[in-house]
Design a protein around this ligand. Sequence first.
Ligand code: TXA
Ligand code: MG
Length: 359
Amino acid sequence: MNVLTKYWPAQQAQLGVMEAAAAIAAGGVIAFPTETVYGLGGNARSTAAVERIFTAKGRPSDNPLIVHLANKKEVYSLAEHVNEVEEALMEAFWPGPLTLVLPVREGAVSPLVTAGLDTVAVRVPEHELARLLIEQSGCPIAAPSANRSGRPSPTQASHVLEDLNGRIDGVLDGGATGVGLESTVIRVVGRKVHILRPGGVTREQIQSIIGSTVEISPPNDRESSGSESTASVELAPRSPGVKYAHYAPKGEMILITGPMEKLAAAVQRKGDQAAASGRHVAIICCEEHSASYHAEAILVSGPYHAPETAAHSLYALLRECDERGIDYIVAEGYPEEGIGAALMNRLRKAAGGHEITVD
Ligand code: TXA
Ligand code: MG
């Protein structure tokens, strides 16, 4: 595959959106900013366009895509039905980083988008350029994150070009994305909300709207731990995407969790061990600890009690490790409240399940 990838700088966003929308309407695939991460968009009704998305990313065809809509009322043309809880959540969080998995209306989108499932994932993004792009292209836009499959999601246009230059028709630059992690993917069953993938909208925020139980399906966070029973795996809806390696840097990574004051000693020990065996070591840590560490690279993710800052910067830091030839990363864990839950989910995935808990 070798196509010319057009680049529209942020200063030419208006022209960029017009040209990008025309390209999508004509069957092209364009990367664009959302408030979470950059997406790689194509007409969700066009099988040829959706095929190009899968090919450009190297994405397994059994992993379905999220359909992005310009506004809430379009959801009824894609979903077979929407219940009260889903209505309340869309009302509360759209536009924004919440994706709902709904029963799909037959023929509403290309079957490749849903990977043959009887559901479709939908969201209304909050980013102004995303909204304009969907409106002007005149079609629902299927868009996975705009990275090569398995790599950290792109939070800057330059990340998209690193992975997909020559494989897609264009990139609309909107600067760094805000949230920095992907949307929360949920499936509502009756009055229960199953969080299939934690993300930009937190469990606490969802709970404040629906008031009743919010269930997190157990396989999502620690699927490699093998601790969940078969029964719970069968009962809880799953996202096909969670079984794939994700968000991973090229180097090996280990996550150290536990109380804040116990982290630093364990992190330094791990880093020293790896350095002694000739590895190129990076430490990803909170602002408070950064001055106390010694390593080839010390990358500050943000204040310990502001996980939204670490969420915003995580993927860029993982990519920086790759660029600097780092082959061993030791990362500090964060408290799992609020956006910290999504942050820890991505750190665990990036570490491929390697985690040491100190107490
Ligand atoms: O923030 C985001 O969600 C970004 C931006 C571009 O919108 N998109 C994104 O897409 O992260 P992607 O393809 O990287 O992740 C979509 C996730 C995958 O885990 C996929 O398996 C799941 O959503 N998904 C999509 N359709 C589904 C369905 N019908 N049922 C269950 N899970 C689904
Ligand atoms: Mg992705």
